[in-house]
Design a protein around this ligand. Structure first.
Ligand code: FMN
Length: 207
């Protein structure tokens, strides 16, 4: 879908990157997504969880209190949720680790996407947002276990997190064979061109 934007109405895209290496494929995909969204008229906020030193460890201050949806959590959580609330589009870019999210990104969801902040209100603070979960997977797409990745994206991430929190438009995409197993030279280059093209297509659906 193409949406027209002017400088005054420029929407915001929050790109959440979870990787410890700035030269990772994950980081390269996130950087490319940021450029594409900026070219599409978005104000882009890149949240690099590792670079910014986000601490995924739980703490008492960030435990939900189901009797008080206005609970004040830790300052770190409120700084992060302000960036989430300011975004029209949220794009999470991450490697699949053990058929799930890296602990850093999971901890960000656990702590920041908290009761009263993303869910638990009659009108969801997330009701007008769109989201893309953009995953990189080492497995080949025809691997017998690739279905576990599809079901994780569609189940846990799209339905269990985003839709549970009231986000009405949620997309997922997986870039398989992210390490180009067994490929060399031109075949390897072609494979990475195809992965980047798939990432571009997923981003373009958000613009
Ligand atoms: C701890 C760990 C667990 C992994 N688990 C999986 C997995 O369950 N499924 C999968 O397809 N790839 C898995 N991989 C491979 C990563 O998805 C792959 O290394 C990554 O997509 C490559 O991108 P990067 O260069 O940005 O790290 C795992 C890698 C690591 C380091």
């Amino acid at each position: 879908m193409n949406r027209e934007h002017t400088a005054e109405t420029a929407p915001t895209a929050l790109i959440v990157v979870s990787h410890h290496r700035s030269d990772s494929l994950t980081s390269a995909v996130a950087e490319r997504a940021a450029k594409r969204l900026a070219a599409g008229g978005y104000r882009v906020d890149v949240l690099d969880l590792h670079e910014e030193g986000f601490d995924p460890r739980g703490r008492v201050a960030d435990e939900p209190d189901y009797g008080n949806r206005d609970k004040v959590y830790s300052p770190e959580v409120h700084r992060h949720i302000a960036r989430v609330h300011a975004a029209d589009v949220i794009v999470a870019v991450f490697p699949i680790w053990w058929f799930g999210l890296p602990a850093l990104l999971k901890g960000w969801i656990d702590r920041v996407w908290n009761y009263g902040l993303t869910y638990g209100r009659s009108k969801s603070p997330m009701h007008s947002k769109r989201m893309l979960w953009l995953a990189l997977a080492g497995l080949a797409e025809d691997d017998p276990n690739a279905d576990l990745i599809h079901s994780m994206l569609d189940g846990t991430l799209r339905r269990g997190i985003s839709e549970f929190c009231g986000i009405p438009e949620v997309h997922t995409a997986a870039l398989f064979d992210s390490e180009a197993q067994g490929l060399t030279g031109a075949d390897r280059d072609r494979h990475y061109r195809e992965l980047f093209a798939k990432a571009d297509k997923a981003i373009d659906r958000m613009i």
